[in-house]
Design a protein around this ligand. Structure first.
Ligand code: C2E
Ligand code: MG
Ligand code: MG
Length: 704
């Protein structure tokens, strides 16, 4: 080696001597020492000079890149400044040797070289080997540029693109790209699933191919907006599939814009929300309609009365309550199917005749109907109702004579709010039945006269003292585990003369007086005591207790419950209080305060008869509830009615999304149980599992 060479003065040892006639390409390109020096000292380009496989020189930039003292570089082999092996597994020295050989043959070669700093850190350098002839020696200059960052960015980009394309391929959403004239340029598998067209069929089509004609203008507007305003849009509209089916879709469209602000393309995400739309329509319909007859229901009537009362242009109107005579008898003797058919026939007749006169008809439950009439003569209207009903009804080869009692309340004479008006019409109707009159208009005199109610009420207060109330328990099972997990406590009145009275025949009476409070207290006391007995016997069940609307307006209830939980040492999380949607909606703010206090005691809250009330899921979300109990009307209908099945299925889905559990009531047969199992419903209750049973019968009952 030339001893004149001084590595402390880079480029000194191997600089071309102008007086020496050096040969080779380098010499031709670098005619002078100064130019070579300038190149060698270039701060941007790292240069290492090799003689064979040994390093003989390096510029400052290379020293920085390698982070090694220049003195230590002399004589080193490539493997001293790189990992021993390159990523393809080859030895660094062997690789460099072959690259140097290649450069010597071809004049130059370029490749990626993985190097290593003294601190162990590795990096990739874009390496250009060039042969030079200096001072009569064939040397190789390696020009290095650290491209680790670029490599990382490239890898990152590759990963992102791979991930993105995976997402697009697997996305449940349709991912569609359009050119600026709204022709399809991208169409993923979900788009094919939703719209039915394969990618091949869709590419190049104009957007209108999946839009029904009536929406063309609307969609044109959305497209214009996208191109002009360059912001994302969200829309819900109908689309049409390849086989001509109309579906509802939700669309999110985003223009893709380049650096100079030009729209390059449009990217859209779409999902088929037909099921949700159907579900919402069904719920809305269900919230305001009676499931058996299709007439409006009580909720609708209350809302309509509220609107009419608020409407200042409406000066007067009348509410007619109609109760069929002997319906219970017909139901009991001829069976519920005939009873149902009768109700359907009567409903059809009433609605046909009343709608001719622009009157509204609703079914309030059981055999009770209401007619809302804006104007007209009370006697005329009542008689026309009677006429409609009195036509014999032919059912199963029998001709049934229908009579009814009608009670009338007028706005504003008898009341200025829905509750008062309904109460007055109700009282008038009971009076009509008691006095066997065809119709009775409300008056103060008849209000005090309600013997049926008064007797029941006075008897009810002594029923508690005389120990005539009983709790029956209906088992609840965990569907997935097929395991008995709890009970619902259901109230019964063992009346000395009337026999067994069901809650629907006395709870409503208790609700319109203060009686509901001692009644609820009795139920909670006895239910919790029973829980303690089970607990002491080593049986760990959860227990549901029903609350009424009025209980939610009673702020003494949480305190009472707290005392009883303590007295019977009950685990509050084993107790579930069932409330109905309408109970909460009656006076939401007030009910919310009581609900929060109950929730703070640790007991669980569930919504009973879900689907029959206002069904505002947004509102329900604000409540501290943990379970929905799907009303039996939907559950029993599931086997035969597609709409019911959709409601149950969607309710389960939505409830689970909101983190709520779902129990189905009214499970009357094996098929329903299997359906619910398939839909992922958590719990079930119903006659298929067991009827509500008195405690002595429960001891012999076992699930399966
Ligand atoms: P709920 O809470 O929805 O109770 C379910 C009702 O459905 C019970 O009627 C039960 O006997 C009945 N049931 C259970 N399985 C089936 C089935 O498979 N098919 C059919 N068709 N019906 C089934 P029940 O015991 O007559 O109670 C009626 C309503 O009275 C209850 O409805 C609840 O709202 C109210 N209630 C019962 N006990 C109490 C109570 O202690 N306090 C209050 N405030 N209300 C109560
Ligand atoms: Mg219940
Ligand atoms: Mg229920």
């Amino acid at each position: 080696m030339n001893h004149d060479r001084d590595m402390n003065q880079p480029g000194q040892g191997w600089l071309p001597n102008n007086t020496n006639k050096t040969k080779g390409m380098f010499q031709k390109k670098i005619p002078g020492r100064d130019l070579y020096q300038a190149l060698f000292n270039n701060p941007e380009e790292a240069i290492i000079v090799f003689d064979g496989l040994a390093i003989v020189d390096a510029n400052q930039c290379a020293v920085n890149l390698l982070s090694i003292n220049r003195n230590q570089l002399t004589g080193l082999r490539p493997s001293a400044i790189s990992p021993e092996h390159q990523p393809d597994g080859s030895s660094t020295d062997t690789t460099l040797e072959s690259k140097i050989k290649l450069a010597s043959q071809n004049g130059s070669t370029r490749f990626d070289w993985v190097l290593q700093r003294t601190n162990g850190e590795t990096y990739v350098a874009d390496t250009w080997l060039v042969t030079v002839r200096l001072n009569d020696k064939n040397l190789v200059c390696a020009m290095l540029r650290d491209i680790s960052q670029q490599k990382k960015t490239e890898q990152h980009l590759r990963n992102s693109l791979q991930k993105l394309s995976l997402h697009v391929m697997q996305s449940p959403l349709a991912v569609i790209d359009w050119d600026t004239r709204f022709h399809v340029i991208g169409w993923n598998p979900a788009a094919e699933r939703i719209f039915g067209y394969s990618e091949e069929e869709a590419l190049g089509q104009h957007a209108s191919f999946i839009v029904p004609e009536i929406y063309h203008e609307l969609v044109d507007g959305i497209m214009r907006d996208l191109l002009e305003k360059r912001g994302g849009t969200r829309s819900t509209n109908d689309n049409i599939t390849k086989d001509g089916k109309t579906i509802s879709c939700e669309w999110y469209n985003t223009p893709i814009i380049d650096a100079s602000g030009n729209v390059l393309s449009i990217s859209s995400l779409a999902q088929d929300i037909s099921d949700q739309v159907r579900y919402i329509h069904a719920l809305q319909h269900q919230a305001h309609h009676d499931y058996l007859t299709g007439l409006y229901n009580r909720n609708w009537l209350i809302e309509r009365l509220e609107t009419w009362v608020r409407d200042e242009s409406r000066h007067s109107f009348c509410l007619y309550f109609i109760d069929l005579d002997r319906f219970r008898e017909i139901n009991d003797t001829l069976g519920h199917d005939i009873g149902d058919e009768l109700l359907i026939t009567i409903s059809k007749r009433l609605s046909e005749h009343m709608h001719l006169r622009n009157y509204e008809v609703a079914r309030l439950g059981g055999d009770e109907f209401a007619v809302l009439a804006e104007k007209g003569n009370i006697a005329d209207i009542s008689l026309s109702i009677m006429d409609t009903l009195n036509q014999p009804v032919e059912l199963s080869g029998m001709s049934l004579e229908i009579r009814a009692g009608i009670g009338i309340a007028c706005y504003p004479l008898h009341g200025r709010d829905p509750t008062t008006l309904m109460r007055c019409a109700d009282i008038a109707m009971y009076n009509a039945k008691d006095t066997a009159s065809n119709y009775v208009t409300y008056s103060r005199e008849i209000d005090t006269y309600s013997p049926e109610r008064l007797t029941l009420m006075s008897e009810l207060s002594s029923a508690i003292q005389d120990n005539q109330l009983r709790l029956y328990f209906q088992p609840k099972i965990d569907i997935a585990r097929q395991k008995h997990v709890g009970y619902e406590a259901l109230l019964r009145w063992e009346h000395p003369q009337r026999g067994m009275v069901l809650p629907e025949d006395f709870v409503p009476y208790a609700e319109i007086t203060e009686m509901i409070h001692p009644l609820t207290a009795w139920v909670i006391d006895n239910a919790l005591r029973q829980w303690k007995t089970w607990h002491e016997q080593g049986q760990h069940f959860n227990l549901s207790i029903n609350l009424s609307t009025h209980n939610l307006l009673d702020d003494r209830l949480p305190q009472l419950l707290a005392q009883l939980l303590k007295r019977y040492e009950v685990d509050p999380t084993a107790i579930e209080l069932e409330i109905t949607e309408s109970a909460v909606m009656h006076r939401p703010e007030y009910a919310m305060t009581v609900l929060k206090k109950l929730h703070d005691l640790g007991v669980l809250l569930s919504i009973d008869d879900f689907g029959t009330g206002y069904s505002s899921l947004t509102y329900l979300r604000q409540l501290p509830i943990h379970k929905l109990k799907i009303d039996q009307a939907f559950v029993t209908g599931m086997n035969t009615n597609h709409e019911d099945r959709i409601i149950v299925q969607s309710t389960i889905g939505l409830a689970h999304n909101l983190g709520l559990k779902v129990i189905a009531e009214g499970v009357e047969n094996k098929a329903l149980m299997a359906l619910l199992d398939g839909l992922g419903c958590d719990e079930a209750q119903g006659y298929f599992i067991a009827q509500p049973l008195p405690i002595e019968k429960l001891e012999h009952w076992q699930y399966k």
